[in-house]
Design a binder for this molecule. Structure first.
Ligand SMILES: [Zn+2]
Length: 80
């Protein structure tokens, strides 16, 4: 999934090894991947958005669905 880099982020990019750091002037994007091994969650890998592309999208296409929209849909109530 693609997310904005948050202030105070202390994760390293799994591709280039450099810190995925928050910079107020530049709205960096990061790709967060939940990695499953044999169907079991193993770890989270972080990439700079550009590094993820350079790495050949190792965990598949990025899900760019905004979290807000997903939450809004979940909160919808069906008419009685
Ligand atoms: Zn990187």
């Amino acid at each position: 999934m693609l997310r904005d880099v948050e202030p105070g982020s202390t994760v390293d990019c799994a591709h280039c090894g450099e810190r995925v750091k928050f910079q107020a002037k530049v709205r960096h994007r990061q790709v967060i991947c939940n990695v499953y091994v044999k169907g079991v969650w193993n770890r989270v890998e972080h990439f700079h958005s550009e590094c993820y592309s350079l790495a050949g999208e190792p965990h598949g296409p990025v899900d760019t669905t905004p979290v807000v929209r997903t939450r809004a849909r979940a909160a919808e109530r069906r008419p009685a």
